[in-house]
Design a protein around this ligand. Structure first.
Ligand SMILES: [Zn+2]
Ligand SMILES: [Zn+2]
Length: 119
């Protein structure tokens, strides 16, 4: 998301906030952008990946499709819900895509979480 009052003609790094923890983008905090300026930072993505992919958690409300903030689709696959901002959901597909993109970027310094790291 963009910080309130951001000048859309000149968006600074500090204007870009993670939708899941509302922390600003910095050089040591990589961000992955979804649709409509939605973003997830490396640390939220790590938590989401560990929760959904490694621990098979699903924060979606039972029986209801959940709207993913990143792809803006109503998804029925497993979702991670931000503990701080309850309308910030990310679907498993977006978690996997974002994790692969970050892991591939050598500048992000981000590696795919493994089972050992989560325990
Ligand atoms: Zn975050
Ligand atoms: Zn999604």
């Amino acid at each position: 998301m963009r910080r309130e009052g951001t000048n859309s003609q000149s968006v600074e790094m500090t204007d870009v906030l993670c939708d899941y923890c509302h922390t600003a983008w910095t050089l040591d905090r990589p961000m992955i952008e979804g649709h409509q300026g939605a973003c997830i930072c490396g640390s939220c993505l790590r938590i989401a990946y560990c929760s959904v992919k490694l621990s098979a958690q699903n924060d979606a409300a039972a029986g209801e499709p959940s709207k993913c903030v990143m792809c803006l689709e109503e998804r029925t696959d497993a979702c991670f819900r931000s503990p701080a901002f309850s309308d910030a959901l990310i679907c498993e597909r977006c978690i996997v895509m974002a994790a692969k993109a970050l892991a591939r970027d050598p500048e992000s310094n981000w590696t795919l979480p493994t089972d050992e790291a989560s325990t």
